[in-house]
Write a protein that binds this ligand. Structure first.
Ligand SMILES: Cc1ncc(COP(=O)(O)O)c(C=O)c1O
Length: 363
């Protein structure tokens, strides 16, 4: 099948670009002695998780138990749930994951630690635990000065094995000089935490952080020994705007058809918020929703559910009803979540159809 034979809107993955992204990061992690535990919330496809493990990832990361259930099919020997798991229903499902798959949970409270511990004891299963600290995002994680106390409390809980420290440097969005300094500055945040953990007699074997924007600066954060990038497999407009990659490194595009040019200076495509998600750019206040490959000067200004409004006054070319365009989404992880299946492509050919098995796994 050719791309021209596909109905639209359709999310396309350029397999060669994806493979290059995967290999580049695997090589970077190897070169700097960093464990790679990629976050699979971006692709949500077990076969791609398997490929990440084949290329040297020590394990995979998910946010939800439902994603863990899906990703078990990747055959990964190790899975990190980088999100507190609360409540008996979720914990029972977590404990029912294949026993040969090592499970670790990152969490930031004793409440979550106790629930996990009770579930692990009841299931007669050893579960790894990472103490989550906040290094600037202000989302989850205890303040760094409380990291050692949390680690000590978790290490004392039956059924759990203390593995180390987790954090997410999502507050560093722009990889300019200040961004690189901020990542290097994590060294000073981590050192006292790791010292205090060691003074408490614990071994923080895993110090897990790492996002896609800051990926190639990860080696500057002394003490961090594991990275969990997710978006890097495909990249997206956010990654380009954060200066962490070029347009050529974006593997995912949404193929759309122009359905109207009735309003002067505008075209409407058949993909809106149900196709792209409404996520704005994370590192820029600009309100726009994607990058049109065929016309970089066009601006994707607005969306309704099924309509994408594209200002073509500076497009430098004309579009007609029935034309197709390929658009790089702002945030590929949320876009993937909206598609039942995506198409892997090479040149003008469709190579295969991948079911997005982890989409919609909210629980
Ligand atoms: C806890 C955690 N780890 C890793 C990642 C992956 O980061 P990125 O999407 O920048 O690759 C995310 C993304 O949201 C996250 O929340």
């Amino acid at each position: 099948m050719r791309i021209a034979d596909l109905d639209t809107p359709a999310l396309l993955i350029d397999v060669d670009v994806m493979e290059r992204n995967l290999c580049r990061v695997a090589a970077y992690a190897r070169e700097h002695g960093l464990r790679l535990r990629p976050h699979t919330k971006t692709h949500k496809i077990p076969a791609l998780g398997r490929r990440q493990v084949e290329l040297g990832a020590a394990g995979l990361t998910v946010a939800k138990v439902g994603e863990a259930e899906v990703m078990a099919a990747s055959g990964t020997p190790d899975l990190l749930v980088a999100y507190p798991v609360l409540g008996p229903r979720k914990l029972a499902r977590l404990m029912a994951l294949p026993p040969e798959m090592r499970i670790t949970v990152a969490l930031d409270s004793l409440e979550a630690g106790r629930e996990l511990s009770q579930a692990a004891v009841a299931a007669k299963r050893k579960v790894g635990v990472l103490a989550e600290i906040d290094v600037g995002l202000g989302r989850v994680g205890v303040p760094p000065e409380q990291g050692a106390a949390l680690a000590q409390a978790l290490a004392g809980l039956p059924g759990l094995e203390f593995e180390g420290i987790a954090f997410y440097p999502g507050h560093v969005k722009l990889m300019d000089e200040a961004g690189a300094r901020a990542i290097a500055g994590l060294s000073e945040v981590l050192a006292p935490v790791l010292d205090a953990v060691r003074r408490a007699g614990l071994d923080p074997k895993v110090v897990s952080g790492g996002s896609t924007p800051a990926l190639f600066q990860s080696h500057l954060a002394a003490g961090m020994n594991e990275i969990r990038p997710g978006t890097y497999i495909f990249n997206d407009r956010n990654t380009v705007v954060s200066r962490a990659c070029a347009w050529d490194d974006c593997a995912a595009t949404v193929l759309c058809t122009v359905v109207s040019t009735a309003v002067a200076g505008q075209m409407v495509v058949d993909g809106g918020s149900k196709t792209f998600s409404s996520d704005r750019l994370s590192a820029s206040p600009e309100v726009s929703f994607g990058h049109v490959i065929e016309a970089p000067g066009a601006v994707f200004t607005r969306m309704n559910e099924e309509h994408g409004y594209i200002d073509v006054r500076n497009a430098g070319r004309k579009f007609a009803v029935g034309d197709t365009v390929r658009i790089v989404p702002n945030h590929v992880c949320t876009a993937m979540n909206l598609h039942e299946q995506v198409y892997s492509v090479r040149g003008d050919d469709v190579v295969s159809v991948w079911k997005v098995e982890g989409r919609g796994k909210l629980q």
